[in-house]
Structures are given as structure tokens and as C-alpha cells.
Design a protein around this ligand. Structure first.
Ligand SMILES: [Zn+2]
Length: 377
């Protein structure tokens, strides 16, 4: 829509029109000039507890929860300034992200919406065990999900396979059996929670899909020394319109990604493109925090650089991390679109991102709740 007038009241969008007369006399009119307004970006995979240094695991281990919380608050505000108005945090320590979430949600502080998983479920000594979410066997998993639910998490995260941050198990290796993953899904859904599954290896991806998880994180089809995706699995993920949270995004001028990823990048990208073409709902999760190339405001680079590179049009790339991501997170009734009844949750960028999506990298203003955060022009 050209020259829209968005009428907002108490943090909600009341109307979107082109007529100035639609506003009440008492309204304040803010003229943003020649910008494009977009829904705020939604990063469906971050770790606020990791500090985007070369050794985030040690840095977290060295500090107490109060210090971690202060750093996480700074990370969340950096994300917000970079246009990320909703952060799905897929793994913290001691549920600290919930405390931060509540400060922003009900504590009167301006910040992004946080959807927090708390400590991710993992086997004893498994991937990211140090975050405190160890759970073994079907009964142990059900109990852990119940404990997370009673702490007030927004979703469950389960480490179906190993990962690159923890040397104990290779990313291609499964941590949980199909039955254990199914137990986690059943327990999460009966607590009315979505469940996100970290899965690199092909068997883990198949087991997560079959168990009915709500998103598959990474979905890289790692083997011990490369990448090998079964075309039948890609086709089935597409047929189910499975949510695939691809890990992308690096700041401009960043060095190469993790060596294990770098050598597999071409193959991973080809599979992500195939997944998208097959019908999977492909959304970016940055994994922000896990390394120096991934500060918490990195999503705009993932959306503008990576998504078009796997065959998305500019419009499709923008939809992926706004309206589609909102649906993936179960907040589509509040976020992801600029429409009456939705939260005031918008960003302003120069130019038209449908013509040149790189303008997404320059966030001029962010509107969240009743507040505006501007960054010059
Ligand atoms: Zn992660």
C-alpha cells in the first residue's frame, strides 16, 4: 500500500488506511517520510545466554545468573535495534531467559518479545548438557517436559542429535530413540507447548519428523564427514509442509563459519533449496550467540543474503521471517503482519525491499508496543 496511515492505540494497530481523516483529533501524527514499513522480524532460533564470542560456552560458565541476565538483556536490545522484535530463545541456563522475557512482557521495560524454551532437553553428557536440561529415557523426558511447563516456558527444545558446540557426540549421531522423541512430543503437546527439535543427522531428522515435532532446527543432514540427504526424506518433509528452521546469517565481513559447517555449506544449501521447492515451510533461525559471526542482530543478513540464495523471491524471504515465522511460533494472531488488531510491531527501512532486499540491512526505526526506537536516517 502506498502512503499508508497506521492508526495505533495502546500498543495495538487499530486501522491501516490511506485517509488522514480516519484519525481521531487527539492523535499524534508521525510522518516517517519515504520508508517501507514491515512487520518486525522474528528470529526463531537464538541463544541469548551465549555472547557471540569465540568461546561462548566458557564465558557463560564463568558468570553467575545475575551477570548472565545483564548480558542477555544487552543482547536482546541489540537484536531489537537490528529489527528483531521477537526472539525465540532455544536454550538458556537455569531459565534465565524467562526472567528477561517477563521484564519485557510485564515489567515495564521496552524490549523484544521473547519466547523461551529454558534449558534444552539432552541426554546425560549430551549436546549442551551444561545448560542443565539432561533427561534420559521416556519417563525422564516426560518428567522434564512437565518440569519445564511448570516453570512457564513457551516451548520445549530437544537435542535429537549431537551438535557442533559439544564434542561428546558427533552432530550426525542420534541422542534419542524415536520412542523417546515421541514421548517428548506427546508430553509437550499435552502441556499445550510446541516443541523444536535440534537435528543434524539424517536419522535424527527422520525420527523428529515422524514424531511430529513442530520445527526441525538446522536440518543439515550431516554425516561423519559430509552431508547426505535422502531425496525421499526431503520429499516427505515437503509433503508434510514441515517447518525447517535453517541456520543462516553472518555479519558482513565475517570470517568463515564453523569449519564443520564451512566444508559442508554447498551441500547444505542445495538441500535447503530442495526442501523449499518440495513444500517445506523454510524459516531462518540464526543460532545467534554461538560465535563471533552471529551477534544477536544478525537475522537481517540471513533474510536478505541467505534466503534469496536458496531460491526465494524477495517477498518470500520477507514473509519467511515475519508472517510464516509468527505462525510457526504460534503468535500469528498478534505478530508477523501489519493489520488491525495486531501488536504494534514494525520496522522501517529505506527504499523498497521488494526491489532491493539489501535495504533490510539498514533499520531506520523499530516500533514495539507503544515505543519507538529510532536510529537516525
Ligand atoms: Zn542453537
Amino acid at each position: 500500500m502506498q502512503d499508508p496511515l497506521i492508526h495505533v492505540e495502546d500498543g495495538r494497530i487499530v486501522s491501516v488506511t490511506q485517509q488522514l481523516t480516519a484519525t481521531a483529533n487527539s492523535s499524534t501524527i508521525l510522518n516517517l517520510g519515504d520508508v517501507t514499513l514491515l512487520p518486525g522480524l522474528i528470529d526463531i532460533h537464538q541463544h541469548l545466554a551465549f555472547d557471540a564470542s569465540a568461546d561462548p560456552v566458557t564465558h557463560l560458565a564463568e558468570v553467575d545468573d545475575a551477570t548472565a541476565l545483564r548480558r542477555m538483556r544487552a543482547a536482546a536490545l541489540r537484536a531489537l535495534a537490528g529489527g528483531v522484535t521477537t526472539i525465540r530463545d532455544l536454550g538458556d541456563r537455569n531459565y534465565v531467559s524467562l526472567a528477561l522475557r517477563d521484564r519485557f512482557r510485564t515489567g515495564g521495560e521496552v524490549g523484544p518479545e521473547i519466547l523461551a524454551a529454558g534449558p534444552p532437553l539432552t541426554i546425560t553428557g549430551g549436546h549442551c548438557w551444561f545448560l542443565g536440561g539432561e533427561a534420559d529415557g521416556e519417563d525422564g523426558i516426560r518428567e522434564a517436559v512437565r518440569a519445564h511447563a511448570s516453570r512457564g516456558v513457551d516451548l520445549i527444545k530437544i537435542m535429537v542429535t549431537g551438535g557442533n558446540l559439544t564434542p561428546s557426540l558427533g552432530p550426525h549421531e542420534s541422542q534419542y530413540t524415536a520412542a523417546e522423541i515421541f514421548a517428548a512430543v506427546e508430553a509437550a503437546h499435552s502441556a499445550n507447548l510446541k516443541i523444536a527439535a535440534h537435528a543434524h543427522g539424517g536419522q535424527g531428522i527422520v525420527d523428529a519428523m515422524s514424531a511430529g515435532v513442530d520445527s526441525i532446527e538446522h536440518c543439515t543432514f550431516f554425516t561423519a564427514d559430509g552431508v547426505d540427504a535422502d531425496p525421499a526424506v526431503i520429499a516427505e518433509l515437503g509433503r508434510r509442509h514441515a517447518v525447517v528452521s535453517i541456520t543462516a546469517g553472518a555479519i558482513p565481513g565475517a570470517g568463515p563459519p564453523h569449519p564443520a559447517i564451512a566444508k559442508r555449506m554447498t551441500a547444505i544449501k542445495a538441500n535447503h533449496e530442495a526442501l523449499y521447492r518440495a513444500g517445506a515451510r523454510v524459516v531462518c533461525g540464526t543460532d545467534a550467540g554461538v560465535g563471533p559471526t552471529k551477534p544477536h542482530d544478525v537475522l537481517r543478513y540471513a533474510v536478505s543474503d541467505f534466503l534469496p540464495s536458496i531460491g526465494m523471491s524477495n517477498a518470500e524471504a520477507l514473509r519467511a521471517n515475519t508472517s510464516i515465522a509468527a505462525d510457526v511460533c504460534g503468535i500469528g494472531d498478534r505478530k508477523g503482519t501489519i493489520a488491525p488488531g495486531r501488536d504494534v510491531d514494525m520496522i522501517a527501512v529505506p527504499g523498497n525491499p521488494l526491489d532491493d532486499i539489501s535495504c533490510l540491512q539498514r533499520i531506520l526505526a523499530v516500533f514495539v508496543g507503544g515505543s519507538q526506537i529510532s536510529f537516525g536516517s
